[in-house]
Structure formats: C-alpha cells, structure tokens
Design a protein around this ligand. Structure first.
Ligand SMILES: *Cc1c(COP(=O)(O)O)cnc(C)c1O
Length: 355
C-alpha cells in the first residue's frame, strides 16, 4: 500500500483521506512547532494515576508553590513516532522509556504511570496529532513526556500531586546541534554528573548546570561537550544529551551505565545490533587516552540518532576520526534507522505500531 505523498510537500493527502498539516516538509528542522493536542493526567489523592485526557495544546496553570517550580522535582522523556513507507505509524521501544520514567520517579518520589498507561498515552497523543507526523523520510514526530510535582509544598517534601503530560513537536531528520560534522570539546573542570547524583535518570535539572560550558564550547566553534567523570577526571562519560561509543579494530566500547550516565534506549539498541553484526562490545570505563587512539567515535540518542564524531579536542590538542558512509557508525545508523522507520525487518519486536 503506497501512501499518496507529493514531493512538493503541500496539502499532502494520506490514504485514509486525512490531510497533513499545510507546511513545507522539506524545510522542517528542529524548531518549536505547536501541535493540536496534549495528553494530561494528574495523580489522585491515593497516589495513583487513574484517568488522563487529551486537551488542546497550550499553556498550563501551575501553582507557584509546586515542587517542580521550587525544587525541580521533575523528569522528562524523549521519543519519536515515524511515518512508514506504507503510511502507517510506529514508535520505537516505548516500554523502555516507560520503565526509565518509573526508575526516575522512584528516585524523585513522584508517582509513575504504569508501563501500560504510558504506552497507551503515547498512542493517544500521537494519533491526536497525526497530521503533524512528517511524511515518510522527511522527519519524525518528537514526543516529549514530562512527569512533575504539581502540588503545593512549602517545606522540602515530595509533591502531594504528580502530573504526567505529553506533547509533540514535528522535527526534521537532522538534529539541530549536529546538523553537520561533530566536533567535540572535552570538558575537564565541570562534570555533568557525579556518583550518587541524578545523572542516571532523565531529571529535568540535568541540563541547566552545564548550559554555560556547552554555550562556551559552541561559541568557540565546537558542536558539543564531552564530559569526563567527576572523581578522577580521566574517564569519558557522555556528551550533554547523548551517549558515546568508540571503535578500535573490531571492538566497540562504551562507558557503563552505572549511575553517572543516562541509560539511553538508543545506546542499549546499538549494543544489541553491534553484537548481532559480530562486533565485540564492551561496557567499561574508557580513558581519555583511549578515545584519542580510537578509529571511530560516535554518539547515540533519540534526537541525534547515531552521529559520527569528526574531531575531539582535549587540552588544546585536536584529534580526527574516520567519518563518512563507509564507517561502522553509519552502518549501525542505517540499521537502527531502518528498523525505526519500518524499512528493515524488526526481528526483536522493538517497534510498536500505532493505529
Ligand atoms: C536522553 C539522553 C540520552 C539518550 O537517550 P535515548 O534513550 O537514546 O534517547 C543520553 N544522554 C542524556 C544525558 C540524555 O538526557
């Protein structure tokens, strides 16, 4: 079944007869675009979620005393819905994101939706914004679930109410920060996460403490910052919003997700795919010296996909790596993106059809 998709990108008609939103899909980037509906669900007094609903996308009312505004009691997630060649829609491993949100909720004392509630809500919100899902090959619908303490607190105590909210935003294929080649700066003085902290969960406050170093690096022409461990400052951890891998010979290595690294769904899937393809994969601490000796370096994340790194600069020394179509990173990228977009067979049951 072929979807009816015009190359001009205007007034596209799908097989079901529903219109795409009227916009130039060839120009879609990584900007804020408000869609039609958002999903919202508030925990009840007994500390469970019962019923959520779709409401028009827009500002929400929030108590100034809420724990999220005062103390940052909140989590986020990031997923994508893809339009397949036949016009169908699918998401990638939504249960993984649901479980990660539960882990974070446990850490921050928030009420977590069950995996079933989470996956159902994702489905509802994607369908409600169906006309915003870019046509096959033009991009994806980014899905942003939030979980936060919306109830009033005065002293330091967990919120009496948790809100689960999901909104969507269509995006293009190229991640804004990584639209071209990736040049990373190794940051020595400011760690992203520390042992016992919240680097292993998608805490809403993980990004703001490192905004200043990423901003400075970008001003110097780097794409992003590669952070080191907070204790010895000699092991690589991850880039501000994506995990990092190195390739040396037939061995792919990535730092272990033991609390200071965000356990990415893309990271987990790439480890699986690389093993299937016959690579040796090691989850272990990786020294800065090793990354400098690597054949290839690449980043993984829902937003970036798999991005080959062109150069890394450490203490004023710049090292370059292999990039381009022939690299292992691009091979892995084609595999995972093929599965995510429905072009390649999904042998692992990772994709979830939405209809
Ligand atoms: C979300 C995120 C990632 C990537 O996780 P995916 O599940 O692959 O999208 C990596 N690092 C950080 C810090 C993140 O917040």
């Amino acid at each position: 079944m072929a979807a009816i998709i015009s190359s001009e990108g205007h007034n596209l008609q799908r097989e079901r007869g529903e219109a795409y939103i009227n916009m130039d899909w060839d120009k879609i980037g990584y900007d804020v675009i408000s869609t039609d509906q958002m999903f919202i669900m508030k925990s009840s007094k007994d500390g469970t979620f019962t019923e959520g609903m779709l409401i028009p996308f827009g500002p929400i009312e929030i108590n100034p005393n809420s724990s999220v505004l005062n103390y940052g009691q909140g989590l986020f997630e990031g997923m994508k819905a893809y339009r397949k060649k036949d016009g169908g829609i699918q998401t990638f491993r939504p249960q993984e994101n649901a479980m990660r949100m539960q882990m974070g909720a446990e850490r921050l004392l928030l009420v977590a939706p069950s995996v079933e509630q989470y996956v159902y809500a994702i489905k509802q919100v994607v369908l409600a914004n169906e006309r915003w899902i870019p046509p096959y090959g033009k991009g994806s619908l980014y899905i942003r679930p939030l979980l936060f303490g919306s109830g009033p607190v005065m002293g330091i105590s967990p919120s009496p109410e948790t809100t689960f909210l999901i909104y969507t935003n269509p995006i293009g294929n190229k991640y804004k920060g990584h639209a071209g080649e990736i040049n990373l700066l190794i940051e020595n003085s400011v760690p992203r996460a520390f042992p016992g902290g919240t680097g292993g969960i998608k805490n809403i406050s993980n990004y703001s403490p490192v905004l200043h170093v990423t901003k400075e690096a970008k001003a110097k022409g780097f794409t992003d910052v590669l952070f080191l461990d907070a204790v010895e400052h000699k092991y690589i951890e991850e880039v501000s919003s994506c995990n990092v891998f190195i390739l040396k010979g037939n061995v792919i290595s990535t730092p272990p997700a033991t609390g200071t690294i965000l356990p990415g769904v893309t990271r987990k899937s790439i480890i699986h795919i690389a093993l299937d393809l016959g690579y040796e994969v090691e989850e272990r601490r990786v020294l800065v010296e090793e990354i400098i000796e690597a054949d290839e370096v690449f980043c993984t994340g829902t937003a970036v996909g798999i991005s080959p790194v062109k150069s890394i600069t450490y203490q004023d020394k710049r090292v370059e790596f292999k990039i381009g179509d022939e690299t292992t990173s691009m091979k892995l990228f084609r595999m995972i993106r093929g599965i995510q977009s429905g072009d390649l067979e999904d042998k692992n049951g990772w994709t979830a059809e939405i209809d």
